[in-house]
Design a protein around this ligand. Structure first.
Ligand code: MSP
Length: 646
């Protein structure tokens, strides 16, 4: 039996024909935010994501790359895992549909449907869209095979499929589905998306072809290995195989987690999730997911993002330039979850500068700087509050309530806009009180202003944690109330009681203002990068160059160097060259957590040197621009650790 506080959230599983792009990041980020929001409420959360690795689309892509399909998909998995790691996406399980437990589980589902009499064998003839893995339209066996229609979902050409197939009796579920939608009006969120689903079902459902004989790269159909299971049926079943369906040792886990509380998915795949999936589950006598969170599309230059258009945005380059939390915030705040949204670097930079650096980061900075100046870093709890502070407290309660309502409705952009209203109310309070004017003359009032601002910032940081986990942990650390999930659940963190004691700490600027420049390097395809002319001076010879041993490496671990405000100490994996301890003066630009997992270039034959009491056994290359901002120097994907640059 699913327990009350068990919360299960999933992402779509991604076709692995390439590295993840901004669209895949977006869906995964939404799910991570939902997961964290539920953790904050003390729920026992399970978050499943993964990859969709079978079917004609992958089979063809692998053939085009002259690779075995499994080797082909294997090469992209580290890219997915690395990208999710860089964005602090904390999934509980990464399912791959080539995993043997999934194959068994998917077969178990089909076997159940066979046993229950919902599957029969016949002939299928119709037009198929390989990029969408969709049967677009069925035609009669006698009809001429002239040019097929364009796919209703992606607009691309379709091709004819004419073969023996197993059908699922989808037509038997039309009325049951309509009744289910009626009884569960919140099943599809946002509600606007429900209409197309109900009218599709109401117009009459045809049975669904669920096997292919012409596609070899798939899950063998139970008792008929000439057929493979239609990739969508198999893919949808990941939501149950990922939590133990089909494994008799995992029945308890499955019953504890299923049904899913929310499946996150894009608007292009609603029909599969709102029609086929519930019908398959009804046929198998399994409970139905509670809700579908359907998001819109992120567009670039007003167009769909795609590899072929060359406008796919690279999440890795974005993270490296702007940081994890800034991009997390931008995507959730700027793009309305229920609509399509335009990606723009200008908006990213505006959001960072205005919302993050000016509104939020500066408030913390100014407050801590003032507290330090007037010796008020230890802010004892306040017994009596003046009216201005009580008004601010009431505002924080209202913000908390509204924020929670929007988050529970998955309207992240509304939740964030509402919270920013409160951030600006806090700014207005802090500046309106002019604490610097009374710091020496009315110490009690000065302390009250600092305390009230700290209480507001604490509420803000905790509510924002699901969206910007690392930065909000830094903020809470600066307030002297470090984040501990077990303490910071909305129920027990007593955001309503303003009785906290803060011990302030200075931290590096929370959000650096972006240095506004070109967008080169953000797009996945880099062209037209023109090198500036080199000044002809101070030449070195090739002999000088070859002296430098420059190796590729990955930062495996990283800590701050105690007593230094610049240095971090890294353990660097240099592949066949072993591991090194290397120090770098980049603390202002990266937190240790941000550095772990990053790859970089290291000079490894530099004479070891002691700094702040620790020996550095090399040097990391960074790029520092005219404004002093530092970024790690990267090297091409696919180059292993320990490779020497020449
Ligand atoms: N493999 C299927 C899903 C099976 S789930 C049982 C699939 N894969 S996909 O890789 O093509 O798309 C995965 C998800 O990414 C979809 O929800 C899709 O909407 C989303 N996105 C892909 N590009 C997108 C944007 N440009 N913007 C937002 N999300 C989009 O479909």
């Amino acid at each position: 039996m699913k327990e009350k506080n068990s919360f299960y959230v999933t992402t779509p599983i991604y076709y692995v024909t390439a590295k993840p792009h901004l669209g895949s990041l977006y869906a995964t980020l939404l799910a991570d935010t939902v997961a964290r929001w539920n953790k904050l409420q003390g729920n026992d959360v399970y978050f499943l994501t993964g990859t969709d690795e079978h079917g004609q689309k992958i089979e063809q892509a692998a053939a085009a790359a002259k690779k075995d399909p499994k080797d082909f998909v294997d090469q992209f998995i580290p890219d997915y895992k690395n990208a999710w790691h860089m964005y602090d996406i904390k999934y509980d399980k990464f399912i791959r549909t080539t995993d043997s437990y999934h194959v068994r589980g998917a077969q178990a589902l089909v076997t159940t449907l066979l046993d229950k009499g919902y599957i029969y064998k016949s002939m299928y003839k119709g037009w198929y869209c390989t990029p969408c893995e969709t049967f677009v339209i069925e035609i009669g066996p006698e009809e001429q095979e002239i040019k097929g229609p364009q796919c209703t979902s992606c607009g691309r050409d379709t091709h004819i499929v004419s073969e023996e197939t197993y059908f699922f009796k989808l037509s038997a579920f039309g009325d049951k589905l309509l009744a289910f939608y009626k009884e569960n009006p919140n099943f599809i969120a946002p509600k606007e998306r429900a209409h197309e689903v109900t009218s599709f079902v109401a117009s009459g459902l045809k049975d669904l072809s669920i096997s292919r004989t012409t596609v070899k790269w798939g899950v063998p159909f139970p008792n008929d290995p000439l057929h493979t299971v239609y990739v969508w049926v198999e893919a949808l079943s990941n939501y149950i195989t990922g939590i133990g369906y089909g494994d008799s040792h995992k029945t308890a886990e499955f019953n504890h987690r299923w049904p899913a509380d929310v499946h996150v998915l894009g608007k292009d795949i609603v029909r599969f999730h709102a029609v086929y999936w519930p019908a398959l589950l009804m046929a198998a006598d399994l409970p139905l997911p509670k809700q579908l969170l359907v998001h819109g599309w992120i567009k670039v230059d007003k167009q769909k993002m795609s590899k072929s258009l060359g406008n796919a945005v690279d999440p890795i380059a974005l993270q490296e330039k702007y940081g994890t939390d800034a991009i997390r915030y931008y995507l959730l705040r700027q793009i309305a979850v229920n609509q399509d949204g335009d990606f723009s670097i200008e908006d990213v930079e505006n959001r960072i500068e205005d919302d993050l650096a000016n509104d939020l980061g500066n408030l913390l900075n100014r407050m801590v700087a003032l507290a330090e100046k007037y010796n008020c870093m230890d802010v004892a709890h306040q017994i009596v509050w003046s009216q201005a502070a009580l008004d601010l407290r009431d505002e924080s309660w209202n913000a908390l309530e509204d924020f929670a309502t929007h988050m529970n409705d998955y309207m992240f952009h509304h939740a964030l806009a509402r919270l920013w209203k409160f951030i600006n109310i806090t700014n207005a309070y802090f500046h309106g009180q002019e604490p610097w004017k009374i710091a020496k003359t009315d110490v009690a009032l000065f302390r009250e202003i600092i305390s009230a601002t700290c209480h507001s910032l604490r509420t803000i940081a905790i509510l924002l944690w699901p969206v910007m986990p690392k930065k909000m942990e830094e903020l809470l650390y600066s307030l002297g109330t470090p984040f501990k999930l077990e303490e910071h659940t909305l129920e027990n963190l007593e955001l309503n009681s303003w009785d906290k004691h803060f011990v302030l700490k200075k931290i590096p600027t929370l959000f650096e203002k972006p240095i506004r420049e070109t967008t080169e390097g953000i797009s996945m395809s880099q062209e037209n990068v023109v090198a500036p002319p080199v000044e002809e001076k101070n030449y070195i010879t090739i002999d000088d160059v070859v002296k430098v041993e420059l190796l590729t490496g990955t930062i495996q671990a990283c800590v701050e160097v105690a007593g230094s405000d610049k240095l971090v100490q890294m353990t660097v994996d240099l592949g066949g060259h072993g591991k090194r301890t290397i120090l770098a003066g980049i603390k202002k630009f990266y937190t240790p957590a941000e550095l772990v997992g990053k790859r970089g270039l290291f000079i490894t034959n530099l004479k070891p040197r002691k700094m702040a009491g620790t020996e550095s056994q090399g040097m990391m290359l960074v790029a520092q621009d005219a404004d002093g901002k530092v970024q790690l120097v990267q090297f091409p994907e696919g180059v292993a650790n320990g490779v020497r640059l020449r």
